[in-house]
Design a protein around this ligand. Sequence first.
Ligand code: A3P
Length: 291
Amino acid sequence: MDKTNEYLVNFKGHNFVKDVVNIEDLEKMEEFEIRDDDVFIITYPKSGTIWTQQILSLIYFEGHRNNTENISTVDRVPFLEYNIHNLDYAKMSSPRIFSSHLPYYLVPKGLKEKKTKTFYIYRNPKDVLISYFHFSNWVAIFEATDTLDQFLGKFLDGKGNCWFDHIRGWYEHRHDFNIMFLSYEDLKKDLRSSVLKICNFLEKELSEEELDAVVRQSTFENMKSDPLANYNYIINNKIGVRNNDSHFLRKGTIGDWKNHLTVEQNERFDMIFKMKMKNVPLKFIWDINEQ
Ligand code: A3P
């Protein structure tokens, strides 16, 4: 375990947010006991984690769909490596749904038995960059960065938490897992068919009304105004923010990067993307009007 900076701690080559990680949990992660009906959501930060947490929770829990249960998304679908509310994962009833930002080589080895279903949700990395820049300047447990140019430098360099390594690692090892890749942009462009795809992979059949409820409650507008779904309480009260001008659900769109990157920054990004994503044939959507 290396000390990286005052915000981060490095464990086996990957950086974790120091204030919310427990190194002992990471040390035991490989042996974490997996159940066949567990479901995992894997993401690089700012790629649609909370959105997928909400969708899966709505698919699985009737009490969530019909608002008879008052449980926040983060408790329904907790983070494997960031156990913010100190839940006893071994005592959770099945099916358990976890989310995680872990790279493929740090996840519990039981996932490789291929019974457990795993989603890898990815987003075009220019929008990830912009979302992450705003987020880490807002939330106090992250390192703030003065300018987007500096943040871009760190993002492209990616030491300890590299977007390119994360997605490539999971993609290249996809045959080791029972995994479905789905993009943020797919969700955004056609939420209903994406929810159906998710249900098919999960082998969960929902009625038309249930499907409507999942779609309705997982739109950006609905989640933004739903305190159980938008993390605002946890971020503002438990984790702490540097200013009150932001929200976890910030813009929720495709192509916001165009409002931020200069032509030169964009070209620099494209050059590195082209080099590092060679032979990763995943489809990326960079613009809201793109098909
Ligand atoms: P922006 O900052 O671009 O708005 P994560 O949960 O992985 O940290 O991702 C957060 C990003 O997903 C934020 O992006 C947030 O607004 C977006 N998001 C969350 N729920 C969404 C929804 N229902 N529809 C569209 N975007 C959503």
